[in-house]
Design a protein around this ligand. Structure first.
Ligand code: SF4
Ligand code: SF4
Length: 382
């Protein structure tokens, strides 16, 4: 089979669906392992297969990946094959030894989920008392060992206003912070907890203010890759300078613990499964002529009503497909992109050239000084 022109940069691998916590926002409703999860031999073979396909990095996540006894064998194999390794853990399953084991592996990142600066709220969100204490201890030990520690915070209505307290807890400790917003795919998550438009945009304001303000040096912070693209005001919230559309099946893929392959694990519907590694090699799935058609063969006519007339459509392709599905029920139709939200919030300012100039200047000055501006102040004070 001919190699496709698409290069596989990163595979996000749900190593097991088993989890010892019960987080309200968990998009895969983790808890019990899938009945048909890949065994160790299959998992090791998958590592080889990913390498053969040209994959540069693998992120092991769950459920809770450290619950699998073969975690270290598979993580080591990934590194032996010359791929980068990232691990996403809830930070509650560990013994003293694992920090040395992690250090020996030289992972690109060890990411821990932290949803509040206060134990009560974090434990409420994570569904198990005592989680915060364990996760904090994990973070302390990881830092002592000099591991590249990241914290991931998933934001919804329960913890939006907690962001400044988490920032204060993390800054100055050598931690990188990724802020993402919750989706509604999980069975435990009530849609009532989803951020509304203004709350969603305020997360962007918060990140921008942090990156430009006092904690810029003390706390590297980024928004998730799918948060807030094509803003005319907030220019500095993502790792990427320019949003180039959903990367599902373009540079990334997701692998379920039973070997199902999707463009993105967040698009957690069986209809988006492209194949299973028990029947097909990763290269066959990745290089298939009709694989990942929704991103690879996007046409302007595929866009929904939110996006059809947008000047960014060609490059943006209708935004994050997970968000688009969740909010509008169809692909290529994200109503929560910052381009769209700014046109809704600031219609008057953006329609008049003079007002637009003043508005941009004010927005820039606010962002530059790290202040929140009126919308940000409503949620975060200060
Ligand atoms: S309206 Fe659609 S195409 Fe335009 S920037 Fe937003 S998500 Fe992208
Ligand atoms: S669906 Fe969204 S989260 Fe998934 S790869 Fe596309 S942009 Fe990223």
């Amino acid at each position: 089979m001919e190699a496709s022109k698409y290069k596989l940069s990163c595979a996000v691998w749900e190593f097991t669906l088993r989890c010892n916590l019960s987080c309200v926002h968990c998009g895969s409703s983790a808890g019990k392992a899938r009945a048909d999860e890949l065994n160790t031999e299959e998992a090791l073979k998958l590592c080889e297969d990913l390498k053969r396909t040209g994959c540069r990095g693998v992120a092991l996540m769950g459920g809770e990946p450290l619950l699998r006894k073969d975690f270290w064998a598979v993580a080591s194999r990934i590194k032996e094959l010359g791929m980068e390794l990232s691990v996403i853990t809830n930070g509650t399953v560990f013994s003293d030894e694992i920090f040395g084991q992690f250090k020996a592996l030289k992972p690109r990142a060890v990411a821990v989920s932290l949803d509040a600066a206060a134990a009560r709220l974090h434990d409420e969100i994570r569904g198990v008392p005592g989680s915060y204490k364990k996760t904090s201890a994990f973070m302390d030990r990881a830092l002592e060992q000099g591991l590249p520690l990241s914290v991931i915070t998933t934001v919804h209505k329960l913890n939006l206003k907690e962001l400044p307290a988490i920032r204060d807890l993390l800054k100055g400790r050598g931690i990188a912070w990724q802020v993402q917003t919750a989706g509604a795919e999980g069975r435990r998550f009530s849609k009532d907890l989803l951020l509304d438009e203004e709350e969603f945009y305020s997360v962007g304001i918060f990140i921008e203010a942090c990156r430009r303000g006092s904690c810029a040096k003390d706390l590297p912070i980024i928004g998730a890759h799918d948060l807030g693209y094509n803003s005319g005001i907030l220019k500095n919230i993502s790792l990427y300078e320019k949003w180039e559309g959903c990367q599902a099946g373009v540079s990334v893929l997701g692998i379920r613990s039973n070997g199902d392959v999707l463009g993105c694990l967040a698009m957690n519907e069986d209809g988006y499964v492209e194949g299973n590694v028990r029947s097909w090699g990763i290269a066959e799935i990745w290089n298939g002529a009709s694989a990942f058609g929704y991103t690879r063969h996007f046409k302007a006519g595929d866009a929904g009503s939110n996006c059809a007339a947008c000047p960014h459509l060609y490059a943006c392709k209708g935004g994050c497909n997970e968000m688009s599905l969740m909010k509008s029920g169809s692909l290529h139709n994200d109503p929560y992109c910052f381009y769209k939200l700014e046109r809704r919030f600031f219609a008057e300012e953006l329609s008049d050239p003079l007002l637009r100039l003043r508005f941009r200047l004010n927005g820039w000055i606010n962002a530059r000084s790290g202040a929140f501006g009126s919308l940000g102040r409503r949620f975060f004070g200060g």
